[in-house]
Design a binder for this molecule. Structure first.
Ligand code: TTJ
Length: 673
């Protein structure tokens, strides 16, 4: 540290405090990447927003400078500049003392947005330089910080530590405000960390809806520096926000506004003692239904977004479901009568097409979770529930001017949603039954592996081979799906009959990527598919059917070379202790001749199918990656299979045999996987 002389004891203490932030920036701002850097800017902006929310300010200007510094100006009361201890001003304390929370001496704001309450000093801790101007009492007062130390910079650029504020100009007495500019410390932040202008713009737009009447100006001085500033302002607050969120969607109802205020008690530690305090909580809800199916519920506590909701949103949602069912009970729409018990509206029914902003305002909110994206204060749930319930029941009664038509349209929409949900569920259940899914949602006959999506799915023909395959496989990464029934010919069937085919749906469900045009390779639960069928004509037949199915409904798997066919041997040739597998009659004859010539006496076992092999043999020839022979099936192969398959249908045995032999030769290479 270059500054030493004018250090007093308190300054050293202060620097030690700020050093704690520098040692663990993550604990204060979440990290040293773009997120953390952006956090710095919000720590500063939030202070201005708080001043605006307290109705002392109606303009905030945010500037991105060309030298990677950021500036925030407000026209609020200005941070107090009176002396606190000796020469040290309240202003300096704000920027140098951690947890100068309670907001500048406490009680200044009923419900501070400042999520962290440590704000400005954390920014100072992580900045190489700061410049603060306060307009108050007819003058602009300046204090700077250089490597966290308060002082001022001379015209020649020399920094001198000092606690004194410098009057740098006169202003009208009525002009008050705060201007803060900071230069994030490049020693702290990752070199690729950035504050995204667009992200800031989006958040500022949101802030405007929360503080109606507040004008926010965003200035980009980077690059050429002559871009026009952007301005945001909302007069209508949350109502404007709902309009904004509704976009172009056609509306089902008009805007519903619900508000209320309630008190609750909370025990908080004051001077180390748990003390009961009475809090006041304001509830503000704006909502409407549009003709979409999506639900948009945006929530805030004070000016803080709560993207994961929390107690306020839960209270709102419960009230909504309750109030709607209350009305449905009395209205008793004919469409719902035949559904009996199913006719009750569920959360998803009442929220279909809902656009809502839910905001609560109260001091010292508690947040849940690491990232503090969710409100935790328990009492808030009931407060919002009661406020929303009575507001909704009132609106739903249709007594408000012009609301009757909207209420009727809404009940129509919700009734349809219920009917739709119930019938979709029934359709799904029928389909699920067809595919005989187990309680995991997977086909009941699938013996799954534990590794996803890196494992392989062995598609096994018939029952006889399925048993040994399940026993001999490595269940860590090999799943077995036995296909028993008839596999549909995908080349000659409608989409519907393919989806009605139990074997096809079982395969689609097991693979998990859907089927057809929307097949999602990313969602595939396995790295590869391995077809395991007998080396005979029937095996070839089913292999062709499965390949055709994959070709038409899960083609990306073929494109990516993720489909294989296991090559089961036709015979085992045994001499003494050694067993060799051969894959065709020709190969068998050759080997037997060879051995006989050498004077050996080979014993030959013929496998009529996979089912005739013992577990050991199956493991060696089709399951164990060290010894088995797999053929990768290309897209071309699959097409050829379909063609050959078509000619095969009803043809004599000979062409079929040709087909099998040809293919054995074409793809008879071992793959090392
Ligand atoms: C505190 O209570 C007395 C009157 O002034 C209040 C105050 O501090 N207001 C205030 C702080 N307005 N603006 C700020 C502020 C603005 C920015 C951009 C940054 C910081 C750290 C504070």
């Amino acid at each position: 540290m270059s500054v030493t002389k004018s250090y007093d004891a308190s300054s050293i203490e202060v620097l030690e405090g700020l050093d704690a932030v520098r040692k663990r920036p993550g604990m204060y701002i979440g990290g040293t990447g773009s997120g953390g850097l952006t956090h710095l800017l919000w720590e500063i902006i939030d202070n201005g927003v708080d001043e605006a929310a307290a109705d002392h300010c109606d303009l905030i200007e945010v500037t991105f400078h060309n030298d990677d510094s950021y500036e925030v100006t407000d026209n609020g009361r200005g941070i107090p500049i009176d002396r606190k201890e000796g020469e040290i001003t309240a202003l300096e304390v704000v920027f140098t003392e951690l947890h100068a929370g309670g907001k500048f001496g406490g009680g200044a704001y009923g419900a501070s947005g400042g999520l962290h309450g440590v704000g400005a000093s954390v920014v100072n801790a992580l900045s190489s330089r700061m410049e603060v101007d306060i307009n108050r009492d007819g003058a602009t007062h300046r204090l700077e910080f250089n490597q966290r130390v308060a002082g001022r910079t001379s015209r020649t650029g020399r920094f001198t530590p000092s606690h004194k504020l410098e009057k740098i100009g006169k202003v009208p007495r009525t002009r008050t405000g705060t201007r803060v500019r900071f230069w994030p410390d490049t020693d702290i932040f990752d070199s690729e960390a950035r504050i995204e202008y667009d992200e800031v713009r989006e958040r500022l737009g949101q802030v405007c809806f929360l503080v109606p009447g507040l004008k926010i100006r965003l200035v980009d001085r980077r690059g050429s520096g002559n871009l026009a500033p952007e301005e945001f302002v909302s007069k209508g607050g949350l109502s404007d926000y709902v309009d904004f969120l509704s976009g172009e969607s056609s509306q089902v109802t008009g805007l519903v506004r619900i508000g209320g205020t309630s008190k609750f008690e909370e025990k908080v530690p004051i001077d180390g003692k748990l003390t009961e305090v009475v809090r006041e909580c304001q509830v503000d809800i704006a909502m409407r239904w549009v003709s979409d199916y999506e639900t948009k519920i945006v929530s805030f506590v004070n000016t803080i977004p709560t993207p994961d909701g929390g107690t306020h949103v839960t209270g709102f949602e419960r009230a909504l479901t309750f109030a709607i069912n209350d009305v449905l009970k009395t209205a008793d729409p004919r469409k719902l009568r035949k559904l009996k018990d199913n006719g009750k509206a569920q959360k998803e029914d009442v929220q279909e097409g809902l656009v809502a902003v839910v905001r609560t305002t109260f001091p010292e909110p508690q947040f849940r979770g690491q990232t503090k994206r969710e409100l935790g204060t328990p009492d808030i749930q009931k407060i919002v529930y009661e406020a929303a319930k009575s507001g909704l029941i009132d609106w739903l009664s249709g007594k408000q001017r012009g609301s009757k038509v909207h209420v009727r349209a809404l009940m129509e929409k919700i009734t349809d949603a219920i009917v739709n949900r119930v019938s979709t569920k029934q359709a799904l259940e029928t389909r699920r039954k067809a595919a005989a899914l187990g309680n995991s949602g997977m086909p009941g006959k699938l013996a799954d592996c534990r590794l996803h999506p890196g494992g392989e799915l062995l598609i096994v023909e018939g029952d006889s081979a399925a048993g040994p395959a399940k026993r001999a496989r490595d269940s860590a990464w090999q799943a077995v799906l036995p296909l028993r029934g008839k596999v549909v010919n995908a080349a000659k069937s409608t989409r519907k009959s393919v989806l009605d085919n139990a074997e096809a749906t079982a395969l689609f469900t097991a693979v998990g990527g859907g089927s057809g045009l929307e097949f999602d390779l990313e969602a595939s639960r396995y790295e590869r598919l391995v077809l395991l069928a007998d080396a005979d004509v029937d095996g070839s037949h089913i292999r062709c059917l499965i390949l055709t199915l994959i070709f038409h409904y899960m083609r990306p798997l073929l494109d990516q070379g993720r489909v294989y066919s296991a090559q089961p041997p036709t015979h085992a040739v045994i001499v003494g202790q050694t067993k060799r597998f051969v894959y065709s009659d020709i190969e068998k004859d050759q080997l037997v001749d060879e051995l006989l010539e050498k004077g050996r006496n080979p014993r030959v076992t013929r496998f009529k199918g996979l089912g005739e092999m013992d577990d050991e043999e199956l493991l060696e020839t089709t399951l164990n990656p060290d010894t088995r022979v797999l053929r990768r099936i290309s897209l071309e192969d699959a097409k050829a299979a379909e063609r050959a398959f078509t000619t095969m249908m009803g043809a004599a045995v000979e062409p079929r045999r040709d087909f099998i032999i040809k293919h054995s030769q074409a793809y008879g290479h071992t793959l090392d996987i």
